[in-house]
Design a protein around this ligand. Structure first.
Ligand SMILES: NC(=O)c1ccc[n+]([C@@H]2O[C@H](COP(=O)([O-])OP(=O)(O)OC[C@H]3O[C@@H](n4cnc5c(N)ncnc54)[C@H](OP(=O)(O)O)[C@@H]3O)[C@@H](O)[C@H]2O)c1
Length: 348
């Protein structure tokens, strides 16, 4: 079977590089187009990029010429890791030209006809793509810290209904892109502010755990309070969470529900689907970014320290790889799902 040509928008950035790294030898897709800014335009990829992956630049990509989005492109399917300052307009432009854009940028996430998709938990939201005004369409990933919360909390919300939750994050520096935060600001330090992040968690989570009624996505009806902190960890966002439910589950019920949870990508045996989306850790000192984030190809969400909470009902620790499951890997899984479900049939 001939592979589907795909483009990477923001190909030189942290997320763009991760796409290129993850798509090497993908069974369905091959990278044919690299898009970045005027700064990179016309250069061979290996000259334009400050490559920061722990593997060589894939041989089929390193000599591709980087283009800008308005040049002729061969792909019709694009993964986006564009800087949010420019992503919105470029992604709309490409969808208007009949392309599919699967993006990590924030710009379109809260558009009413755009899903924030995780196929394990809200694949019915893809139906809203039919309401988009473009010949192509736009699908988004959530913000990276919301991703792990959504995956771990979706099965719990479905069964026990969340009333309120409080989350405090410890977010890795790779989440800020490259070169990101100056070393003098982050080494041996904690920065208790990530611009816009708390608002994103508080709004995106409710949309992702909301219901699609055939016409619109109705956000979940619970309240969220988020505190976001940047910590000197390379990869892996950790989140400490306290949750109040309408029907309080026991600690054991939560462990059983989360560790047995599977969704459509697992049934479809998609290449980027982990066998189990949530891994429950029993050890008191897990999950940890350095020990857990890269396991299961970076696609699992880890939950540990599930215990009673004195203020709400239950508290726990959630952790995942922010540039893989929290960004590029999640977008690749969305693309695999969309392709297998026929959403690309009229495009490619
Ligand atoms: N890092 C994460 O963990 C993470 C997780 C989830 C979501 N995100 C989101 O994903 C997006 C990318 O993040 P990142 O961390 O990869 O950022 P980054 O490392 O700063 O990369 C930004 C990319 O955008 C390109 N770009 C900048 N201005 C452009 C323009 N005018 N036209 C075309 N391309 C332009 C850059 O190309 P040049 O090199 O040519 O300038 C670069 O390829 C952001 O919206 C971010 O919020 C990031």
């Amino acid at each position: 079977m001939a592979k589907i040509k795909v483009g990477v928008l923001g190909a030189t950035g942290t997320v763009g590089q991760k796409f290129i790294y993850l798509l090497e030898q993908h069974p369905f897709f091959e990278v044919s187009d690299l898009v970045a800014s005027e700064r990179s335009k016309g250069k061979k990829y290996q000259q334009a990029v400050v490559w920061k992956q722990d593997a060589e630049i894939p041989a089929n990509v390193k000599d591709l010429t980087v283009k800008t989005y308005d040049e002729p492109l061969t792909a019709k399917i694009f993964f986006s890791g564009l800087d949010a300052a420019v992503a919105g307009d470029i992604e709309t432009y490409l969808a208007e030209k009949g392309n599919v854009v699967i993006t990590n940028s924030k710009n379109h996430r809260m558009d009413k006809d755009v899903p924030i998709s995780i196929p394990e938990i809200n694949s019915e939201h893809f139906e809203i793509l039919k309401k988009q005004p473009y010949p192509g369409f736009i699908v988004t990933n959530s913000n990276c810290s919301t991703m792990f919360l959504a995956i771990a909390l979706a099965p719990l919300h479905k069964k026990y209904k969340i009333k309120r939750l409080f989350v405090s994050t410890l977010q890795a520096i790779s989440g800020a892109g490259y070169p990101g935060i100056p070393s003098l600001d982050i080494l041996g330090n904690v920065v208790p502010f990530i611009g816009g992040e708390e608002e994103k968690i508080e709004s995106e989570l409710k949309k992702m755990l909301g219901t699609f009624d055939g016409q619109q996505i109705i956000p979940a009806d619970f309240t969220v309070s988020a505190h976001c902190n940047r910590v000197p960890v390379i990869d892996g966002h950790t989140e400490t969470v306290s949750i109040e439910f309408e029907q309080k589950p026991s600690v054991n019920e939560i462990k059983e529900l989360l560790s047995s949870f599977q969704g459509e990508p697992q049934q479809m045996d998609l290449p980027f689907a982990p066998d189990y989306p949530v891994i429950v850790r029993e050890q008191d000192d897990r999950p940890q970014p350095r020990l857990d984030a890269n396991l299961y190809k970076g696609m699992a969400t880890f939950v540990g320290r599930i215990r009673e909470c004195n203020v709400f009902d239950i508290k726990m620790v959630i952790m995942g790889h922010n540039t893989i499951r929290g960004a590029a890997g999640a977008a690749v899984l969305n693309a695999e799902y969309l392709y297998k479900k026929g959403y690309f049939d009229s495009i490619i």
